[in-house]
Design a protein around this ligand. Structure first.
Ligand SMILES: Nc1ncnc2c1ncn2[C@@H]1O[C@H](COP(=O)(O)OP(=O)(O)OP(=O)(O)O)[C@@H](O)[C@H]1O
Ligand SMILES: [Mg+2]
Length: 227
């Protein structure tokens, strides 16, 4: 197998995400002609220096930013050809995004944030998960009263409550200590297994990256497979 061919999935099986020929620039080219396929039950990590374009790539794959060139297919739909309403349905029911910044509703409690996400996706909040993440006793606190790491755990719980098939996670453990980071990632990994889903993870944590099935580095406009 050619390790440098980012389009080669190791596991095979049903494709959940297929990005073809993606190019995007802001002040400088971030990536050019990037291909990536992720199959069910697969976890993919992306590393790279600050400013290399990891978050931009994640936003493009996660329906939030149309690429200047190329296409993104999620669960069989070419997402940027869909109507806004159809795109919203994919976002609402099929994918979950853990952002680099949490984007929780600040004036509400953690519990309310999670309940709204579950309500919108027609699922039930997972109390066991809150216990596991160590945030069950913080649920009534307003988001502004929580620490950065507590907010991050609420945002992870919020996304998992949606029970999405594909999770996009942008440095989801950046504010967590090692032990909590591993508990959180285990919960995400288990979820992916349970729903036969896919994970696209951006991380600076080498150990967490290595626990994924494939690891890529975004560098000099190329997405190169390194593990
Ligand atoms: N909406 C935007 N408009 C203009 N430039 C942008 C925009 N979003 C990102 N950029 C620029 O694109 C480059 C890549 O940003 P991006 O957030 O994708 O990097 P990153 O690899 O996620 O970095 P970090 O590790 O610091 O999070 C940066 O130079 C950034 O300033
Ligand atoms: Mg980023």
């Amino acid at each position: 197998m050619n390790l440098h061919d980012s389009s080669t999935p190791p596991l095979g099986g049903v494709e959940l995400l297929r990005a073809e020929n993606l190019s995007h620039s802001f002040d400088y080219p971030l990536f050019e002609n990037v291909d990536l396929t992720i199959c069910e039950n697969e976890k993919v990590a992306v590393v790279g220096v600050s400013g290399s374009g990891k978050s931009t790539l994640l936003h493009i794959l996660a329906t939030l930013l149309k690429p200047q060139k190329g296409s993104v297919n999620l669960l069989g739909s070419d997402i940027y050809s869909l109507s806004p309403k159809e795109q919203l349905a994919v976002r609402r029911y099929e994918i979950g995004i853990i952002f680099q910044f949490h984007y929780l509703f600040k004036g509400m409690s953690g519990a309310e944030n999670i309940e709204i996400a579950a309500l919108l996706s027609e699922t039930e909040p997972d109390i066991e998960l809150l216990e596991r993440l160590g945030i069950e006793d913080l649920m009534q606190k307003r988001v502004t009263e929580l620490s950065g790491g507590q907010q991050q755990r609420v945002s992870i719980a919020r996304v998992l409550s949606k029970k999405p098939r594909i999770i996009f996670a942008d440095e989801p453990t950046g504010n967590l200590d090692d032990k909590t980071a591993h508990i959180a990632m285990d919960a995400v990994f288990e979820h992916i297994e349970k729903v036969a889903g896919a994970l696209f993870l951006v991380t600076h944590d080498e150990r967490i990256a290595k626990s994924c099935d494939r690891v890529f580095r975004l560098e000099n406009t190329r997405l190169e497979r390194i593990e």
